[in-house]
Every structure is written in C-alpha cells, then in structure tokens.
Design a protein around this ligand. Structure first.
Ligand code: COA
Length: 145
C-alpha cells in the first residue's frame, strides 16, 4: 500500500468514495477547492492500483481538524485507515500542529473504535452537529513533537 498526497486526477475517485461512504458527501467541487487551500493535508491510500481510501485535515495554528477519512468497503479491516491516520499525524506534527481534533457521529462505532485504538480520546459532544440532527462526539489527540 502506498500513501501519498492526492493529485488532481484523484479527485473523481475521492468524490466517488465520499458518495459511497457518507450520507452528506463532500462534492467534487468542494474537494477540488482543497488545492487552493495551503492549510489542507490531503492523502490517498493506493492499493492494487486503486484509490482504496483517503483522508484530509485542515491545519490551524496549533490545532488541525480531521475533516474526513474513509476506506472503500472492499478494502476495509486491512489497516488502511490506521495508516492514513498515522500519515496525517506525521504531516500535521511536522507543520507544528500540537493537537488533532475530529468529529464523529455518535452512531459510528467502527470509526470511534478506530480513533480510540489510535490514541484519540472523547472530549465533548456537539448536539445536532449533522444536518440530519445527529450529535457529534469531538475527539482529540496530542501530536506535539
Ligand atoms: C471507519 C473506517 C474509515 C475504518 O477503515 P478501515 O481501513 O477498515 O480501518 P482499519 O482496518 O485501519 O481498522 C483499524 C481499527 O479500527 C477498528 N475498526 C475499524 N472498522 C471496524 C468495524 N467495522 N468494527 C469494529 N472495529 C472497527 C478496529 O479496532 C480496527 O483494528 P482491527 O482490525 O485490528 O480490529 C471505514 O469503516 C469507513 O470508511 N467507514 C465509512 C466512513 C466513515 O465513517 N469514516 C469516519 C468518519 S468520522
């Protein structure tokens, strides 16, 4: 498996995965705008020549927010999300980020287990954070070097 920054040609595949994996997907246009955002960290995992997963985060001064991470159903439970998270953490820490934050649907047990296994802890709940009214759990991890 290879983890690398995403390039323009990857955006169709990432947008298709977003649609497959999320009820409220980022659109092609929203994803393409990350190329104009110098604070964006955008990664894909390539497996068997295919875009198997992706992750992106947005850096602030000391904190970064993991905007999304997803793996195609046929490539799940092979450690791809863990590898993407680790790469995100390394890039963020190298840019001086102290803490990584993320929001996860309170019903999304697989994602919560992934984050707990990788050192994130639950911080607080954002009531009705999602458009359909579901709450988000905010999770945080220190990545300071
Ligand atoms: C959550 C998601 C990214 C995990 O991707 P993945 O590549 O399958 O995850 P990994 O193989 O790296 O799993 C790492 C650990 O996370 C936990 N985990 C992942 N999927 C799980 C599941 N379905 N059930 C229980 N635990 C799970 C396990 O602890 C796993 O370790 P193990 O396989 O040794 O038990 C993937 O299921 C996905 O894309 N879901 C839809 C999109 C989504 O919800 N993204 C998160 C938004 S906050």
């Amino acid at each position: 498996m290879e983890i690398r920054n995403w390039v323009y040609e990857d955006v169709y595949a990432v947008a298709a995965l977003e649609k497959e994996c999320f009820r409220d997907p980022w659109t092609y246009g929203m994803l393409a705008e990350t190329f104009f955002n110098s604070a964006a960290i955008t990664l894909v995992a390539v497996e068997e020549g295919k875009i198997a997963g992706y992750a992106f985060a947005v850096k602030g001064v000391e904190d970064a927010d993991v905007a999304n991470i997803a793996v195609a159903p046929q490539f799940r439970r092979r450690g791809i999300a863990q590898a993407l998270l680790k790469a995100l953490e390394e890039r963020a820490a190298a840019a001086g980020v102290q803490r990584l934050f993320l929001e996860v649907r309170v019903s999304n047990a697989p994602a919560m287990l992934l984050y707990l296994k990788n050192g994130f802890t639950g911080s607080y709940v954002r009531p009705r954070y999602y458009a359909d009214g579901e709450d988000a759990l905010v999770m945080v991890k220190s990545v300071a070097r």
